[in-house]
Design a binder for this molecule. Structure first.
Ligand code: AR6
Length: 325
């Protein structure tokens, strides 16, 4: 289910399928297309010749020959002509059709390049928006276990909304300067609040202190009226990992996994601290990634992909996790 943005050369990917940003002839070209054909070897071109081209927005699949992947999915992105010639819908259909082919061929992992964002001139930030929203809506409505990577070749090309980036960046810098010790006070405040509301300290201890991470997570899912599937999808976590957590009361999650659940459950900062504490973690004012997450929690922006776009821009570990095959 999860979606990750990673940096690298797609020809080195060991995903089941890699996607090629091809042209209508499917007979090779420059950019990522050239790199894939070079790495796969001449047999790829031989197979492509049998496909008789591909329309813009469509996708076709071949073997991957000398590549580590099993398949290459060739899709043809639109050439950017100012944005009013149906470019967005065509680019969306590239992602949709490629993902459909991947699922039909029982792929568990797929790596995409930034289709159309090179020679075809699609503005990078807009192409990223399309890629992220189309892939995540596909994953949200899919029953299949699929992990998707958007592969960014050069970090220099990577652009996200300037306004959002500047805002988060300012928050991170300000907080790094004025360190607070909110976390240390938090446990005491939560306990005091709970005790004021219900004088039974024992009750509080029973439901909050003794509770494991896994128990607390399942309780919160119930309290928020969510289904398990809704929750792990919004947390950018795959089904297998979620069932491990569900079935093992003493499961020890990664910090980024806990944060994924905090976002999915739309927790407040204090609730997030409490959930983190169950797994032995805390948000730190000297950790850039933590401050990015804190910014989003404070602003009640619970869009995991937006958060990951910013985390990637700041070279921080992304939120979410999948269970290795
Ligand atoms: N791994 C990952 N991404 C890459 C790699 C790589 N090895 N190489 C380049 N990119 P482009 P388009 C990125 O131009 O815009 C070809 O000639 C690159 O930085 O390859 O869809 C075809 O035959 C950029 O962000 O594809 C077509 O004629 C992204 O991949 C035309 O180019 C796409 O850049 C297609 O143009």
């Amino acid at each position: 289910m999860p979606l990750f943005i990673i940096q690298g050369d797609i020809t080195r990917s060991d995903c089941d399928a890699i996607v090629n940003a091809a042209n209508n002839s499917l007979l090779g070209g420059g950019g990522v297309d050239g790199a894939i054909h070079r790495a796969a070897g001449p047999e790829l071109l031989n197979e492509c010749r049998t496909l008789h081209g591909c329309d813009t927005g469509e996708a076709k699949i071949t073997g991957a020959y000398n590549l580590d992947a099993k398949y290459v999915i060739h899709t043809v992105g639109p050439i950017w002509r100012g944005g009013n010639r149906g470019e967005e819908e065509l680019l969306r259909s590239c992602y949709r059709n490629s993902l459909k082919l991947a699922v039909e061929h029982e792929c568990k992992s797929v790596a995409f390049p930034m289709i159309s964002a090179g020679v075809y001139g699609y503005p990078f930030d807009e192409a990223l928006e399309v890629a992220v929203s189309e892939i995540s809506s596909f994953l949200n409505s899919s029953q299949d276990d699929l992990t998707v990577y958007i592969t960014i070749f050069s970090k220099r090309d990577y652009k996200i909304s300037r306004e959002l980036f500047d805002d988060v960046n300012k928050y991170v810098k300000d907080r790094m300067v004025f360190k607070e010790h909110r976390f240390m006070c938090m446990g005491m405040n939560a306990a005091a609040d709970a005790c004021a509301a219900d004088s039974s300290v024992e009750e509080f201890v029973k439901t909050h202190i003794d509770e494991s991470f896994s128990r607390m997570l399942l309780r919160l899912i119930d309290e928020k009226g969510m289904t398990d599937v809704e929750c792990y999808k919004k947390a950018n976590i795959d089904r297998k990992l979620f069932s491990k957590i569900r079935s093992n009361e003493s499961y020890h999650p990664k910090k980024t996994t806990v944060l994924g659940f905090a976002i999915a459950l739309k927790l407040t900062l204090d609730e997030t601290d409490e959930l983190l504490m169950k797994a032995g973690y805390a948000l730190s004012d000297s950790n850039c990634g933590d401050l990015v997450v804190e910014y989003f929690l404070n602003n009640r922006i619970y869009d995991i992909n937006k958060i990951n776009e910013v985390l990637f821009a700041m070279d921080q570990e992304l939120i979410g996790e999948y269970y290795p095959a």
